[in-house]
Design a binder for this molecule. Sequence first.
Ligand code: GAR
Length: 192
Amino acid sequence: MSLRLAVLGSGSGSNCQSIFNAIDDGRLDAEVVIVLSDHEDAYILERARQRGVRAEVMDCGGYKNKFPLELQAEVAEKLKALNIDMVCLAGFMRLVKEPLLAAFPNRILNIHPALLPAFPGVEAWTQALNAGAKQTGCTVHYVDAGMDSGEIIMQAYVPVKEGDTPETLHARIQVQEHILYPAAILSAVSRL
Ligand code: GAR
């Protein structure tokens, strides 16, 4: 039976698109049932709507970074009611905590634009550049209550090139992200 996915994102949603693409070309036997965002104008919601996927805004009550626990409990209930098998964070910039983690143990994945455990947190590509790293990459990992700290599922390497700017490096990382995420979802499914 095909996997029922929920995707949470805060931005452009190119990783969500890579999941749509993997479904469409048969790499991933799955359906994205719902896309949720903490920003009403996030393009990830538009991508979902264009595909006819349910797209909803989560109201974080004006908090800039916090993902309120009551809201996490509501989201968990909603996703349970939709029989979601796996939750994919795709550029979602708030920390997931117990209410969601407990509802989906080993079933919440995140993609991060660095070779974790190096450079957790925001703008990991800029962190890599500033640190003078010769290579960086991206990681898909299970989500735990920490920041980008859960068990690693898969990684891809990206060289840092002479003259790279934050933008050129992030763009090259994203090319790898879009290949890695669908493959890592498959790998996580095989471990369920
Ligand atoms: C991606 O590069 C993702 O790895 C990163 O945000 C970008 C979202 O792009 N996530 C994080 O930094 C999470 N710590 P997208 O909206 O186009 O998928």
